[in-house]
Design a protein around this ligand. Sequence first.
Ligand code: F6R
Length: 242
Amino acid sequence: MNVIVVKNYEEVCQKGVEFFIEQIQKKNNINLGLATGSTPLGLYDKLIEWAQEKNADLSHVTTFNLDEYIGLPKDDPNSYYYYMKEKLFDPLNLSPEQTFLPDGRATDIEKECQAYDQLIKDKGGIDLQLLGVGVNGHIAFNEPGTSFSSNTHEVRLAESTREANSRFFSSMDEVPTHAITMGTGSILEAKEIVLIANGKNKSEAIQQLVEGPQSEDWPITALQSHDHVTVIVDEEAASLLK
Ligand code: F6R
């Protein structure tokens, strides 16, 4: 595992976006795995800045998101579809044919989960996966206790995760209780993974990842088994490391 400690959030995003730009430039066809939440926003802004400045051709880029709430329509500002469209896909002019998320309004959620894993396989797998991490060590919505070999599946969100995410909703009641998430096992199939984190509240999860024993109690520690993981953290998120 390659651990890079930088000064602040700005530098986390700068270092992180360099991995994405390099891969986008290098490969003829590239499948990117993407995340939502607050952490990737600065990285996405930098990617947009680069693409606009260079007038970059992104027709060879396909994206797959990690997760989506169950029950929110696509035009709900809190759906991950809406977030991605607004924060990244529209500014980059990525078409719906290039951008995929699990469908949280599917009538048969189990079938949707299987179809999502199959779609990723059919498209050749994820080349570079971006991850954030939850305070409790979750990756995507794989909460503590999730099997490291899980495929894309439906989850009941931990109350702590709902509380953390309630900052985006007008009340706690509006925060969905369930989501579709790529499984830990599906994430580990990515050829390369870049995890970014900032702030003191992520320091325990980062410590578990870098120094802790591998345990399903800390989903992030699954990444210890992957050969191509880069962890980019600011000084606060790295503050518990020896
Ligand atoms: C979102 C996702 C989540 C977030 C995590 C951290 O697609 O997969 O695991 O990465 O909840 O969220 P932020 O970045 O808001 O602290």
